[in-house]
Design a binder for this molecule. Structure first.
Ligand code: GLA
Length: 384
């Protein structure tokens, strides 16, 4: 049935996606776990090939593009074993290139915003690419979400996965230092999706890598996530100004719409006339995880769709989590399922250091120096 839904698409891109589905299907038929399977997904305007990789393990299936490290689809079963793609995306490379609000993408060099795209490090002032009003968002105009990554598949022990490599040149998007980045996507035997980020630099720089899957545990194109229940293990968040740049305060969530310490429906307080909600057009804030930065990934958040029973738990060693309730989805994009995406049709849970940290000395540091290795891990565990 998965095949028939995808093969109705028109054109060459559809053919390549259909081919990917067939190959992926063969891998699934062979028992699920096996080396990831590669197919051609499309070509960029300059002729560069973009591949799609299908992988499956422990009941989780995903398709990843070499363009932006994009998770094009992620399928998990509901309580009755029925699969759905729980991640928003597009069918064609053209759609991703034309205009994507970071659907499923790897984000770098700096996830979230840097005020005015400016910061000073060791006495030198840097001006970054500004692409969100006055600010720099998600690495600037051409961030890691728009780069073609070198992809190396692996099957090791009970894991399968992909290692994605990108070297970002000194000065790219205004950032100092040649940044050598490896991001590893692992599907474990239990069906967890684990992301390990690693980077080194040859000059002092700032780094904050994250991921931008838009989750809808009822399945993409099924409607809003307002009835999903969310909990976030955080007593504080970082309030923002009208440009969504943190004021520097750590505010208590108690007594505000931002209190997700106990699970509550995403939509319960989303229309509260709180100044922060007006700035964000909903939730678009960084939660300060109570556990802080940790050596190993620890519990950060849990999402549950009562209708399908699907659950997602997120563990990370990062100190922050951006919860974005899909506020800017405005009905202008048609997704994988052939339906229009509207406000609140998905939400993002982006594990990270806090926004604008390079300009906030009191926030945990995002500075990386030569000789050091940046290492963070986020684990997504699916269940019912
Ligand atoms: C992040 C930001 C949001 C928005 C989305 C992409 O989550 O915090 O404000 O820019 O990316 O649309």
């Amino acid at each position: 049935m998965e095949l028939s839904r995808r093969t109705v698409m028109a054109g060459a891109a559809a053919a390549s996606v259909a081919a990917a589905t067939t190959t992926g299907g063969a891998a699934h038929a062979a028992g699920g776990r096996g080396k990831p399977v590669r197919t051609l997904f499309g070509r960029l305007a300059d002729g560069t090939k973009v591949h799609s990789w299908s992988l499956e393990n422990g009941g989780t299936r995903m398709r990843v593009l070499s363009y932006g490290g994009i998770v094009q689809s992620l399928e998990v079963p509901d309580r009755r074993g029925r699969y759905a793609n729980v991640s928003l995306g597009f069918d064609t490379l053209e759609d991703y290139v034309a205009s994507s609000p970071y659907f499923g993408a790897l984000i770098g060099r700096y996830g979230n915003r840097i005020g005015k795209g400016r910061f000073t490090l060791d006495g030198t002032a840097y001006q970054l690419s500004v692409n969100d009003g006055d600010n720099s968002l998600h690495g600037g105009a051409r961030g890691f979400d728009k780069r073609v990554w070198d992809v190396e598949p692996f099957a090791a022990g009970s894991d399968v996965g992909l290692r994605l490599h990108h070297t970002s040149a000194d000065g790219e998007m205004g950032y100092p230092g040649t940044l050598r980045t490896t991001v590893t996507y692992t599907l474990t035997r239990k069906g967890d999706w684990r992301i390990d980020y690693e980077a080194t630099t040859d000059r002092a720089t700032v780094v904050n890598l994250t991921h931008h899957v838009y989750w809808n545990l009822a399945g993409e194109s099924s409607g809003t996530v307002l009835d999903h229940e969310l909990s976030i293990a955080a007593s504080h968040y970082t309030p923002v100004d009208s440009g969504l740049i943190p004021t520097g305060d750590l505010a208590k969530v108690a007594g505000t719409p931002f209190d997700f310490r106990r699970a509550k429906p995403v939509g319960r307080d989303i229309r509260t006339a709180h100044q922060q909600m007006l700035y964000g057009k909903g939730f678009d804030h960084n939660w300060v995880l109570d556990k802080g930065a940790t050596g190993r990934p620890e519990h950060a958040a849990m999402l549950r769709d009562p209708a399908s029973g699907r659950t997602l738990r997120i563990a990370t060693n990062e100190p922050g989590l951006q919860f974005y309730s899909g506020n800017f989805l405005d009905g202008s994009l048609v997704g994988t399922g052939g339906r229009v995406y509207r406000q609140g049709d998905a939400l993002c849970l982006e594990t990270q250091h806090f926004p604008d940290s390079p300009n906030q000395p009191a926030f945990p540091s995002t500075v990386l120096r030569p000789g050091e290795t940046y290492r963070t891990t986020t684990v997504h565990s699916f269940g019912v």
